[in-house]
Design a protein around this ligand. Structure first.
Ligand SMILES: Cc1ncc(COP(=O)(O)O)c(C=O)c1O
Length: 411
């Protein structure tokens, strides 16, 4: 069930202060999600969540998560610069990129990030650009060993990410010769899963591989990074994952694999689970069109939230002040882009929508604003933080036409 924890009046009051469209994030909910995750995995001494910055790269939100004890999972130079501006210290950053540019590796090392190598060729790149640190993480692609299908990541064998398990022993030997004294394993094999056994089976597979590599290469396994991928209930008929259960299942696998050992830490890089349900795209109905279908035109478009156009992703939509009303008509909710996939909902049954009604596009707090773009000159919108004290803080202004022109080189 999408998150209905905030009253419509919260959004209506925000829409009186800020022009639509904008994103509204509930800071209390985000902090609570981080606390619940930390509490669920407290049994593992070295547990730490490295929030996936790409999911919601706004300093105000990242600062709140760092205050809750989270580190930051970065994947590019600008994300590293963001972490630096937030005062991330040694060990606060996990750097996972693929097709890694050498200068980004070097900068990540300068910030004390743990480097997660995506390919065996990255060993030489690391050595050349910054030297090999004492602790190195390797991203593994389990291939058909953990064959789970889903709409976003697909079959691991088709995915561009990570090393084949068979490539790792040679790579670790090389890293060891170059100075590595400990290693870590990372895998992200699925995206947006509500399947509670998912983390446990991935974890079990990684624990086993870690133990095999430890004995083969003679350097200790420092941590296993279970990465992101836990899902949220986008659809009304779905339920949230039970984190206590997920953690309990991982714990069982940990004990099976490591027995009395306690020195292997667990890390995660969850994005969606932490912020997804606590962000809404707030938009207004501005147009109604009756042709072969009824189209309600909104002032937001796919350039503000790309997921429906990109993945056919479902986002629940509610109309402020009409939450309790039954579906009265079947409509397509569209943006203004010259692309027919610019639709937030297709043939959705909703209460009758009048011009100026405020609509909430739910569960947009991860991979939402961050995926924004400027096609058709439709610019990225503002972000507003709704604080635990009930204040509204503008944490990113909307882009203006001046921003659109800023990168042009006039001739
Ligand atoms: C390396 C890595 N870690 C973590 C995440 C976060 O995934 P999610 O938000 O689905 O938990 C992603 C998502 O793209 C990723 O690529």
């Amino acid at each position: 069930m999408p998150n209905f924890s905030l009253d419509d009046r919260v959004f209506e009051a925000a829409a009186e202060r800020f022009p639509t469209p904008f994103y509204l994030y509930d800071e209390r909910g985000i902090r609570q999600a981080a606390r619940e995750l930390n509490a669920a995995f407290a049994w593992n001494e070295g547990f730490r969540e490295y929030y996936a910055v790409k999911a919601l790269p706004n300093p105000a939100v990242l600062r709140a998560l760092m205050e809750e004890g989270c580190g930051l999972d970065c994947s590019s130079l600008p994300e590293l610069l963001l972490a630096q501006r937030l005062g991330a210290k040694d060990g606060d950053i996990m750097f996972s990129a693929n097709a890694m540019p050498g200068n980004e590796l070097a900068f990540a090392r300068k910030l004390g990030a743990v480097i997660n190598l995506d390919d065996s060729s990255d060993v030489d790149l690391l050595a050349k650009n910054s030297g090999v640190p004492e602790l190195v993480s390797v991203r593994v692609n389990p291939g058909s060993d953990l064959n789970r299908h889903n709409g976003i990541m697909g079959n691991p064998e088709d995915a561009k990410f990570g090393w084949m398990p068979s490539q790792i022993p040679e790579g670790l030997e090389k890293l060891k010769r170059m100075g590595a004294r400990r290693f870590a394993l990372h895998a992200m094999t699925v995206s947006n899963t509500l399947h509670e056994e998912y983390f446990a089976s991935s974890a079990a597979w990684l624990f086993k591989l870690g133990l095999e590599l430890e004995s083969e290469c003679g350097i200790p396994l420092a941590f296993v990074n279970l990465s992101g991928g836990l899902g949220i209930p986008y659809r009304p008929e779905e339920s949230p994952v039970d984190l206590q259960r997920v953690s309990g299942l991982v714990r069982e696998e940990y004990q099976k694999a490591f027995g009395p050992r306690r020195d292997v830490a667990i890390k995660t890089e969850l994005g969606r689970l932490i912020t997804g349900p606590f962000g809404w795209l707030v938009t207004r109905a501005i147009h109604r069109k009756e042709t072969y279908r009824t189209y309600i035109g909104l002032d937001a478009s796919a350039s503000n939230l790309m997921r429906p156009a990109m993945y056919g992703a479902y986002h629940h939509v509610s109309v402020c002040g009409k939450r309790a009303s039954p579906g009265e008509e079947v409509v397509d909710l569209t943006g203004a882009l010259c692309e027919n996939n610019d639709k937030f909902a297709i043939q959705r049954s909703l209460p009758r929508i009048e011009p100026d009604d405020i609509l909430l596009i739910h569960d947009a707090g991860a991979h939402g604003h961050a995926m924004g773009y400027q096609y058709n000159g439709r610019l990225r919108c503002a972000e507003v933080l709704y604080t635990p004290e009930g204040d509204y803080r503008l944490i990113r202004r909307a882009e203006t036409p001046e921003d659109y022109f800023r990168t042009l080189v006039e001739t």
